[in-house]
Design a protein around this ligand. Sequence first.
Ligand code: FMN
Length: 412
Amino acid sequence: MVPPWRLRQGRYRKRIFWKPSFDVLLLFDTGRESCCAKLLKNSITYFQGMSVLRTELCDLLGISHPILQGGMGPYKTEALAIAVSNAGALGVISTIGMAATLLPEAAPVDARRMFGDDPPLVLLQKSIEAVAKATKATRAVFGVNVPVASEFLMASQMFVKQVIEARESDSDVERQLRVLITSAGNPKPWAKIKEHGLLWLHVVPSVYHAKKAESAGADVIIASGHEGGAHCAWDPVHSMVLVPAVAKAVTTPVVAAGGFCDGATLAAALCLGAVGVQMGTRFIATQESDFEPVWKEAIIKREERQTLVARGLFGPMRFLRNRRAETIVEQTLSDVPRFYLGDHVDSNQAILQLEQQGFVDLMDGKEDTALMFGGEVTGRITSLPRVEELITNMIEEASTLLKALPSRVLTR
Ligand SMILES: Cc1cc2nc3c(=O)[nH]c(=O)nc-3n(C[C@H](O)[C@H](O)[C@H](O)COP(=O)(O)O)c2cc1C
């Protein structure tokens, strides 16, 4: 249990005060095998009238809310990272799109059209500086996501080195850029990240991979279910099965990803043994996110049945359903049908060209033929809130639901 006086630390220090009434402060002790909500009936804390939902993840990362923004290429997610970190959760810069100029023959996006002429490492350095500057006043913490798929390794190494150098050369960056999230590959070579004072989070799609990440020394394991947007695993395991299984199999703190979007799903993640959630699709449809308007609208319009999985650049990808996604599925079925049996088949030129044209159509705002990734949770998203409003509502809703849980259990 977190002692209430610790809430006075960090960025909330000046805003918390004690009030003599019988309202309750909710604090959650989220051991991975049991999650218990404890009500402190006599100590009354308000944070601007808002419930506080604090888990081990908050203390570990130095954030106020147990919510991470997932890395989301092809964008840098710079504006989104700023908004998320300033709202007290963890904003994350995404690097995968920045690397497109290094892999012009294999990348679906035209990095120059997207980011201009800066080379990848300059792009990353500028993003780090921009996020650090825009979040300095709130003393917020942020992270960088580096996918470590085998196709991407050269770029991964360069980006990790750049993150380390950026921290070493600026004390503000060192204090704020606290987290590096690796994904989509073997965790083992990346344990060295920790030697440089960074917290190392790794994304996994199964219990097997979670154990590997734990033995490699990851500080937090992000268990990402198959319903999530964009890159997903060859073997489909969804969050409801994956998260409790991983939480039981490892002692490392677990964050749940794939299908999370509101207070109900956050509360559910805690009940499943996670210490927080990572969200992708939900954050795309926010006012501050860097994504094209056509993409945000597509998420708001779609129901949960409207996603498709097909062979993409780094393995299976979940697309928002439109004519482009259907064509990529048709091409996958025609050229590499064993993909749908979980065989690790290579992508091909025809699929790549469909993706490249889809990217051009995205930039031109053509909804039906644009290349757009998204999770099944698209069906639960119907609004375009500001990031702070989204996070505040999530915390309120999760707190209210967890507080009400005992009354929903009939004792006789
Ligand atoms: C458009 C899009 C791009 C993504 N790109 C990345 C990426 O570059 N690196 C990564 O680790 N995960 C990536 N993801 C996965 C997210 O970080 C997150 O784990 C996932 O979206 C969670 O599932 P949800 O979409 O149901 O919230 C991406 C997801 C989306 C929707």
